[in-house]
Design a binder for this molecule. Structure first.
Ligand code: APR
Length: 183
């Protein structure tokens, strides 16, 4: 990705909303999957339920996905065109590689978006549910990594963080305000 001249400021292209990511009608949604890619609970379960059985059938052909990596499939019965499946880290103590893996989830998902001409995508709070990542720490990585990526990329118009509850939404907003302040 070469540095783009006249790249719109990253914070103008990052939105935070409270909602259900399966309703997102943009180009792609990101799924917080597990390494089997064969579905689960949380947002993974919601996405597979909404997409229908053809999603897991395509996922079966991918042979899984390591933590910190991402894979792309069609979205089938979902309103978006693609699903980018990424596997976040299970939180242990914050010093076992979790920050680096969570950073990689966002970077790899955004790289896959650019490779597939995806201009609008929605991302959930990866690892903030079953995988137990503390919200504020996860938000700092998710938003900081995404803003850094958009600073050098003008091929993505909009990244919408779709947060499932008030507390997650409020935490992401507070961290975003902090990051915008510190530049
Ligand atoms: N839309 C948006 N966000 C959602 C939705 C939804 N429909 N459903 C749940 N979430 C939120 C959760 O509230 C949480 O903030 O997604 C965030 C991530 O939580 P999980 O879905 O539990 O994902 P994660 O913590 O990354 O754990 C992944 O859980 O579901 C299994 O198969 C999955 O094993 C994997 C693990």
């Amino acid at each position: 990705m070469t540095d783009a001249v006249g790249c719109p400021p990253p914070w103008d292209r990052i939105e935070l909303i409270e909602g259900d990511i399966t309703q997102f009608g943009g180009d792609a949604i990101v799924n917080a999957a597990n390494s089997s890619l064969l579905g689960g609970g949380g947002v993974d379960g919601a996405i597979h339920r909404a997409a229908g059985p053809r999603l897991v059938a395509e996922c079966r052909t991918l042979g899984g996905c390591p933590c910190g990596e991402a894979r792309i499939t069609a979205a089938y019965d979902l309103p978006s065109k693609y699903v980018i499946h990424t596997v976040g880290p299970v939180y242990r103590d914050g010093h076992s590689g979790e920050p680096e893996s969570l950073d990689a989830c966002h970077t790899r998902s955004l790289e896959l978006a650019v490779e597939n001409d995806i201009r609008t995508l929605a991302i959930p709070a990866i690892s903030c549910g079953v995988y137990g990542y503390p919200l504020a720490e996860a938000a700092r990585i998710a938003l900081g990594t995404t803003a850094d990526f958009l600073r050098r990329c003008n091929e993505i118009d909009r990244v919408v963080f779709v947060l499932f509850d008030v507390r997650t939404h409020a935490t992401f907003e507070a961290v975003r305000d902090e990051l915008v302040q510190t530049g």
